[in-house]
Write a protein that binds this ligand. Structure first.
Ligand SMILES: Cc1cc2nc3c(=O)[nH]c(=O)nc-3n(C[C@H](O)[C@H](O)[C@H](O)COP(=O)(O)OP(=O)(O)OC[C@H]3O[C@@H](n4cnc5c(N)ncnc54)[C@H](O)[C@@H]3O)c2cc1C
Length: 392
């Protein structure tokens, strides 16, 4: 279902499998949701206020039902990747901040679905779906980015629970979140001395939790989060002691392919802006779209774009069938984010001076795509995963 005037290649049905009627209904709802937002003209300069507003609207439109299981107000028995991808592709086409507001509700609550007690799930997940609780996922640290085992945040035993000490950085929704999932180093393995990690749920107003905002190149609420002896009762532990990283990795397995889908949305927008501009901008007495050099350049990125869609929806379908392998999502994220960057760069170039002018669509897209090649595993880390599938 494309918007009026979009090139055919921006249609989202390429490679999508699943319940066709349900997905068509979802796309229709997304189309009107995004159109309504476009006319609402929400100011993204106050990142916290706009995140709250976006989460409120996403909940009212029923879109947050896709981030939780049916037992707690969600749309399906288990969280499914295909609808998450369709939603992210639509939302990011409109705004990266809107897409972030959506996905953090899932990335920040799914570890509770995966490893929380029934009491904690019942307490949190319905509030995530209704938009009352805004979520964050706190894994990265100053000394632990691509290599999360370098994590220094400690969980020290305190009665039947733990106390957290340490600092996380680049945490999306830091400061606006009501709910944090936090990963920390626990007791060393007695035999090999290997570090063991735990996963914990912490409310945003926990004593000892403080936030220092950070700023990145596109609107995105983000910051450092400090834990100065934050007390976590036993009931707020996720999964078994020492098995927290399994939860982190299982969570990233669900959401990694959806980063590729967000990149598809940005590329969709870039491609339709490029085609519309080249069709109307006249130089040398004719529209630029009559220049074969430009036509070929756009043909290249359009082909990449469809290939990226096939990879993303193939990986999402495999996950929903229970047949996912790590390399599928890695290839989808790698190719979709890298090719979206090329498509957006082509949009900037096609617009000439307007392409780098603040407020023009290509300029916004150029800033918004960049972080997608870095978070949830950089492009290089995706290559490590793909190479492991090839070489062992
Ligand atoms: C906008 C944004 C939002 C984010 N949100 C969150 C969040 O909500 N929660 C969270 O926990 N984290 C979040 N992050 C952090 C993100 O996941 C990390 O930045 C990312 O994992 C990379 O870690 P790093 O920045 O420490 O880079 P580093 O790990 O220091 O890597 C630096 C460079 O070296 C390369 N590199 C590293 N190791 C290898 C290797 N073995 N072989 C080849 N190349 C290698 C990397 O690919 C990269 O290019 C966010 C980051 C950004 C930018």
């Amino acid at each position: 279902m494309s918007m009026v005037g979009d090139p055919k290649v921006t249609r989202r049905d390429v490679g999508v499998t699943g319940d066709a009627a349900e997905l068509a209904d979802l796309e229709e709802r997304l189309e009107s949701f995004v159109a309504e937002l476009a006319s609402a003209g929400i100011d993204e300069s106050d990142e916290h206020a706009c995140t709250r507003e976006y989460v409120r609207r996403l909940a009212a439109a029923g879109l947050l039902r896709y981030v939780a299981p049916a037992a707690h107000g969600g749309a399906h028995d288990q969280v499914r990747s295909t609808p998450l991808c369709i939603i992210r592709q639509w939302l990011s086409r409109h705004s990266g901040a809107l897409d972030t507001a959506f996905v953090m509700q899932g990335l920040g609550s799914n570890p509770v679905t995966l490893g929380g007690s029934e009491a904690l799930r019942s307490q949190l997940l319905p509030r995530v779906v209704s938009g009352e609780a805004i979520c964050a996922f706190a894994l990265t640290e100053p000394e632990a980015g691509s290599d999360v085992s370098g994590m220094q945040t400690r969980a020290e035993v305190d009665g039947d629970g733990v106390r957290l000490h340490g600092e996380k950085c680049w945490i999306s929704n830091a400061g606006v979140a009501d709910s944090y999932v936090v990963f920390a180093r626990e007791a060393e393995d007695a035999e090999g001395g290997k570090p063991r990690f735990g996963a914990f749920w912490v409310p945003g107003d926990a004593p000892g939790l403080s936030v220092e905002p950070m700023q990145v190149i596109a609107p995105h609420p983000i910051g450092k989060v400090r834990f100065d002896g934050v007390r976590v009762p036993a009931g707020h532990r996720l999964g078994e002691p020492g098995k927290g990283l399994r939860i982190a990795l299982a969570n990233l397995d669900v959401f990694r392919v959806t980063v590729g889908a967000a990149a598809l949305g940005l590329a969709d927008r870039a491609l339709s802006e490029t085609v519309a501009h080249l069709n109307t901008r006249v130089q040398f007495g004719k529209p630029l779209s009559k220049q074969q050099g430009l036509r070929f350049a756009v043909a290249d990125v359009a082909t990449d774009h469809v290939a990226a869609q096939l990879l993303v929806y193939r990986a999402a379908a495999a996950r929903d069938r229970g047949a996912a392998t790590p390399d599928q999502a890695a290839m989808a994220k790698l190719f979709a984010t890298e090719s979206a960057q090329r498509t957006i760069d082509r949009a900037v170039q096609s617009f000439g001076g307007r392409g780098v002018t603040v407020g023009e669509a290509p300029e916004r897209l150029y800033r918004e795509i960049r972080a997608l090649r870095i978070y949830e595993g950089t492009s290089e880390i995706q290559k490590l995963v793909i190479a492991r599938a090839l070489f062992g």
